[in-house]
Ligand binder design. Structure first.
Ligand SMILES: *Cc1c(COP(=O)(O)O)cnc(C)c1O
Length: 461
């Protein structure tokens, strides 16, 4: 299995290289040269069986199937539910796909746990070390800290804006007790942390000296790992049923993973609703064929406060029939002028691909969280509520499909918001309580590029 960049660099790379690099050198995103053809999951296969089969197909010659199986087993041993991503019924023909049973209570764990295992395996084989760097506004940092804690071959540096994330989000990153996980609390906001990370990736000397690598959702491994739970949902609800997946969306990683599952033959058809909050870039792109630059708005669902969904690039690559020149020109145009428009052909193809987008604002999210509490007795996280509200807003009563709404985080990860809206405080699952008693370790730094660069240099082993 070989991978190519969406932006036309002609060199193809192995899964191992695509996985460890994250972003392609020409600034594009790695995508398989050809999608593997896979048999749909059967009800007899366990989550780890299906993950092994799917991830082995994507890993190709880079990792043997036996090794994938061992790594998958390790990755998902930390999940609190034996099905890893169980379904729960919330109404007639309406199911939640619960993605929050991992160690840090958000769906980022599903992919991050296996990425960490793949990194450790591939780096041990090569006798190399890498430095993983990420900025977080909450969920990615915790998932990365939990997944990479204690691994031999990776140092992880996580930048978070000091006192601007919730205490439980901070604890998940700062109390792993692992000496290879380094937390910097920067005196600035998330955008400043993100800008420092980008500047460090652009600094070629530094990048090579510390062997920098990225694990955000531009990394193909995340998409591959997330395609698995769409396949397991299809198997659990019956291979002959039509499913409509409603996906709370920020960077469009999860929604793209559903598309990938369908392309590989793991789903019975494809119908996706990409549910965004007031950050409506995906809706405008689908409705007008134009991508426009905007500022991100802060909402009740902070993990989805994204103005430019990075994984939309992979979908546009497909609707442009993999014409890398067209895609590169589109993004160059966007970078230069802040707007770019699809060709008529691409716009037509985007309309038929099976993806819709719908925006749910904070008022609708609040009403949905209250309604869910009253009608089902459950407290849901604001991201999940954007999904269930979008499902209700777009449901066609005569449709013969079943709705599967992704529950992307546990309500207890956003206790302040859930409490303010519903008047009830979600209980932290028992398995997470021990985090509250652990010591936190983080260093405060000024929000300054040189200070962060020097601090990383000093600590890389
Ligand atoms: C990251 C995240 C999302 C958005 O997922 P994308 O793959 O970026 O679209 C939604 N909900 C929660 C809780 C998240 O952490």
């Amino acid at each position: 299995m070989q991978y190519m960049s969406t932006r036309g660099d002609t060199k193809t790379v192995s899964f191992a290289d695509a996985c460890l690099a994250g972003l392609a050198p020409d600034g594009g995103l790695y995508t398989p040269v050809e999608y593997p053809k896979l048999a749909p999951a059967s009800g007899k296969e366990s989550y780890t069986d299906i993950a092994t089969r799917v991830l082995s197909a994507f890993a190709g010659d880079s990792i043997s199937e036996a090794d994938v199986q061992t790594l998958v087993a390790k990755a998902y041993a930390s999940f609190a539910h034996q099905s890893v991503t169980p379904l729960s019924e919330i109404g007639p023909d309406q199911w939640l796909l619960e993605l929050h049973h991992g160690p840090t209570l958000a769906f980022k764990d599903v992919a991050m746990q296996i990425i960490a295992q793949f990194y450790d395996h591939l780096l041990a084989e090569r006798g190399q070390r890498l430095t993983v760097l990420c900025a977080t506004s909450g969920d990615t940092g915790g998932a990365a800290a939990a997944a990479f804690a204690g691994l031999e071959s990776v140092d992880v540096f996580i930048l978070h804006p000091h006192e601007r994330i919730s205490p439980i989000q901070r604890r998940f990153m700062t109390s792993t007790g692992a000496s290879n996980v380094h937390n910097f609390a920067l005196d600035g906001d998330f955008d400043e942390s993100q800008a420092i990370v980008k500047a460090l990736f652009a600094d070629q000397t530094f990048r090579q000296d510390v062997r920098l690598s990225g694990v955000n959702s531009i990394n193909w491994t995340r998409i591959a790992a997330q395609s698995v739970y769409f396949a397991t949902a299809q198997a659990a609800l019956g291979s002959e049923r039509k499913l409509r997946f409603v996906v709370p969306t920020g960077n469009f990683g999860d929604a793209l993973a559903a598309y990938v599952a369908a392309r590989c033959g793991l789903l019975n058809g494809l119908e996706i609703v990409s549910a965004v909050n007031a950050n409506r870039t995906m809706v405008d792109l689908m409705e007008t064929g134009k991508l426009s630059k905007r500022a991100a708005h802060a909402t009740h669902s902070p993990a989805m406060d994204i103005a430019l969904p990075s994984n939309a690039e992979r979908l546009l690559f497909e609707v442009m029939q993999r014409d890398t020149d067209q895609l590169r020109n589109f993004y160059n145009q966007f970078a230069q002028s802040g707007a770019a428009e699809l060709s008529d052909q691409a716009r037509g193809a985007l309309g038929c691909v099976g993806v819709k987008a719908v925006s749910i604002d904070d008022g609708e999210t609040e009403a949905e969280m209250k309604r869910l509490y009253q009608e089902t007795g459950t407290l849901q996280c604001p991201h999940t509520a954007v999904g269930t509200a979008a499902a209700r807003a777009t449901r066609d009563a005569s449709a013969d499909s079943v709705d599967v709404i992704l529950s992307t985080a546990h309500a207890a990860k956003f206790p302040e918001t859930v409490e303010a809206i519903t008047g009830h405080t979600p209980a932290l699952p028992e398995r997470s309580e021990s985090w509250l008693a652990r010591d936190e370790v983080f260093e405060r730094l000024p929000s300054d590029l040189n200070a962060v660069r020097e601090a990383i240099r000093e600590r890389v082993s």
